[in-house]
Design a protein around this ligand. Structure first.
Ligand code: 4NP
Length: 160
């Protein structure tokens, strides 16, 4: 069982999109039962407001035929570091914020999602850019590359 937590600032745009895109990817490969997949925020305001997924992210998922259920924003907690094998962030700021919440990344679990691709970079926040298409494709390619990584069992890290 590989436990994967996607993280962004608000947990209403990028990380829930990543959660459901990755869930669909592993379901289509018939390996969903080998994963636990969740998403979380670095900030707590959307958890306090009990915010669900942004309607523009939902529209994007519907447009791409990615099934999803409702997900309410929750802030990452220190215990999530022990619970998950991979904590996959959308940008550098998320990585810094996660580290400040969970402490030292002693097991090298915290990464940017696009660091598994040929072009390591941040995924721009569509909450600010309004560009949910770009966010979708960045997340899609990041999830594909991450899945290849865990399937290929590289570097002796925890993989399938
Ligand atoms: P996300 O985008 O980190 O991709 O979920 C944001 C969502 C909400 C806010 C900021 C970013 N916000 O300020 O409420």
């Amino acid at each position: 069982m590989l436990k994967v937590l996607f993280v962004c600032l608000g947990n209403i745009c990028r990380s829930p999109m990543a959660e459901f895109i990755f869930k669909q990817m592993v379901a289509e490969k018939g390996i969903a039962d080998q994963f636990e997949i969740d998403s979380a925020a670095t900030e707590g305001f959307n958890e306090i407001a009990h915010e669900g997924i942004d309607y523009r992210a939902k529209d994007m998922l519907r447009q791409m035929n990615v099934p999803f259920t409702e997900h309410y924003s929750r802030r990452i907690r220190p215990k999530d570091y022990d619970r998950f094998d991979y904590i996959l962030c959308m940008d550098d700021a998320n990585v810094e914020d996660v580290q400040s919440i969970v402490g030292l990344d002693k097991d090298n679990k915290i990464h940017r999602l696009l660091d598994f691709t040929e072009q390591p970079r941040n995924i721009k926040d569509p909450w600010y850019t309004g560009n949910f298409d770009d966010a979708y494709w960045d997340i899609y390619h990041g999830c594909q590359a991450f899945l290849e990584y865990v399937e290929e069992n590289k570097n002796g890290t925890k993989t399938l």
